[in-house]
Design a protein. Structure first.
Length: 321
């Protein structure tokens, strides 16, 4: 049985939040503080694998919704809805699962701490802020200008002080937690495999092969840099054997998390998994459909295969050492 740990951090005590999991009902508000994340931990950490879901958060501060020009459905277009639930079995196989609760449209955990668009702010940003990254230029910085599809989020310009507070309250604690899980694996096993879990719109852009839509799965290893090809091949083969179409790196090669943690530690490998939303959800209504259980079962099988990785593929010490 997995154990759940939450960190209770919030913008200001008493702010109501829109809770929108299988619903987009704007009346679902409550007054309790919003946890930035939780960690579903295994009873025993048995292998050096960490799962993370940075974009499945669906707790929307009411004040944020008031700042947005979008309705409560459109604001969720960037959300990797239900991805944390697809990988919920990870702790039962001996690996922790980190789940962000804050939404990507509010602050994006898969970015540097301060990738910000100067045009979104009335005052000049500090010189140390990264205002020129490709993510910022696309409107998808740490605090995004647009949601997926290009619709602008905000009615008015933002104050850096408020955005700085968001980053300290949500982005920073999330990465402190993720770094801690990786270090736990390194301390126990001497190595770690980080699986960064995401979803993608079914028709984000033309399929690389020329087909009209994206494949079922895209694996991102920063074009062969962040992860052992044995691990990537094992993942791809498992998914193909389950009847899924799989491509690598196009158009999603891996974001900040994939690059950062592969570079930060010598013995950490990272792999990003993008799941086509059409497999498991209604993308318009943002609700699970009849394919959800089958997709979750396929991810359970994938997790079980990743748990079988051996020392030749990911060198690590046994727990007894």
């Amino acid at each position: 049985m997995a154990q759940i740990y939450s960190r209770a951090v919030h913008i200001a005590t008493g702010i109501p939040y829109l809770m929108s999991a299988d619903t987009i009902d704007p009346d679902l508000l409550f007054d309790s503080p919003n946890p930035a994340f939780d960690i579903a931990r295994p009873e025993v950490l048995t292998l050096p694998v960490v799962f993370a879901s940075p974009h499945s958060g669906c707790r929307y501060p009411e004040e944020f919704l008031k700042m947005s020009r979008l309705d409560n459905r459109a604001i969720r277009r960037s959300e990797d809805a239900f991805v944390d639930a697809l990988f919920a079995e990870a702790p039962n196989f001996g690996a922790p699962l980190l789940r962000a609760h804050f939404p990507r449209a509010y602050v994006d955990a898969n970015r540097e701490s301060y990738e910000l668009d100067q045009d979104m702010f009335a005052e000049p940003l500090p010189e140390w802020v990264n205002t020129k990254s490709s993510r910022v230029l696309a409107g998808l910085g740490t605090v995004a200008k647009v949601v997926a599809g290009g619709a602008e989020i905000y009615r008015n310009q933002l104050k850096f002080e408020e955005v700085h507070h968001r980053i300290k309250t949500f982005h920073r604690p999330y990465h402190e937690a993720l770094d801690g899980l990786i270090q736990n694996a390194l301390n126990k096993f001497g190595a770690c495999l980080l699986i960064d879990c995401h979803s993608m719109p079914s028709s984000a852009m033309p399929h690389p092969s020329g087909a009209p839509s994206l494949p079922d799965i895209i694996l991102g290893d920063c074009h062969g840099i962040s992860c052992s090809q044995d691990i990537v091949q094992t993942t791809e083969t498992t998914l193909r054997d389950l009847g899924l179409s799989v491509d690598r790196n196009k158009p999603y090669a891996g974001g900040f998390t994939t690059r950062h943690y592969a570079n930060k530690y010598d013995n950490v490998q990272t792999l990003q998994i993008e799941i086509n939303r059409a497999l498991y959800m209604d993308e318009v209504l943002i609700r699970r459909h009849s394919g959800f259980d089958r997709t979750a079962e396929r991810m359970r099988i994938l997790i079980s295969r990743l748990m079988d990785i051996n020392e030749k593929i990911l060198p690590f010490r046994s727990a007894a050492e």
